[in-house]
Design a protein. Structure first.
Length: 194
């Protein structure tokens, strides 16, 4: 599952003109695995469209374009029910918040000016639980979140049925589903919010 999530997230950022380094999938010496895995993803926007990062905590794709550089961590809790209590007990595993990861990012970016983005399956259903979750994440040091729905919507809408995505099994599957019209207008409507 990590590979599929990694492919989808990488494609999302690359299609939005970011350079992406995925340390977990890199071939690195065994003694460096722990140090590098704490970084998760490193993304650099090749053409940021705003002079300062967006203020919104929950990012949509159009807000993402204002981020010049970021550490990104993917929490693919697809089978867990997301709630403030699950979040509170799981935050210690957010490696991009560790001092060591922050120092590495400053070295790579050559600046301390970067955002910390957490990718989650979705926020809780109720407004009160959403607000509590956002508050917990902000207090821990997360700058923004993006939900998987936003990423999947973007990919489904932007993957071309006529293009070959041979380097990515996940994108190739989306292409095939589109090619055989299994993502029609009514199915795409399922992904639209509200």
């Amino acid at each position: 599952m990590l590979r599929i999530n990694g492919e989808l997230i990488r494609a999302y950022f690359e299609m939005n003109k970011f350079l992406v380094r995925i340390n977990r999938e890199s071939v690195i010496p065994e003694e460096d695995v722990q140090k590098n895995e704490e970084m998760g993803l490193i993304v650099v926007n090749l053409n940021p469209s705003f002079s300062s990062p967006p203020r919104k905590f929950i990012l949509m794709t159009e807000n993402l374009l204002g981020i010049p550089r970021a550490l990104v961590e993917v929490k693919a809790w697809h089978s867990k029910k997301f709630s403030p209590s699950v979040l509170a007990t799981s935050l210690s595993s957010l490696k991009f918040l560790y001092d060591r990861a922050q120092k590495q990012a400053k070295t790579i970016f050559k600046t301390g000016d970067f955002r910390k983005i957490l990718i989650i399956p979705q926020l809780p259903a109720t407004k009160a639980s959403q607000d509590k979750s956002v508050d917990i994440l902000k207090r821990k040091g997360v700058d923004h979140i993006i939900d998987f729905r936003t990423i999947l919507e973007f990919l489904i809408e932007n993957i071309k049925a006529t293009k070959n995505y041979a380097d990515s099994d996940s994108l190739q599957l989306i292409r095939l589903l589109k090619n055989y019209k299994l993502f029609g207008d009514s199915q795409l409507g399922l992904f639209r919010k509200g």
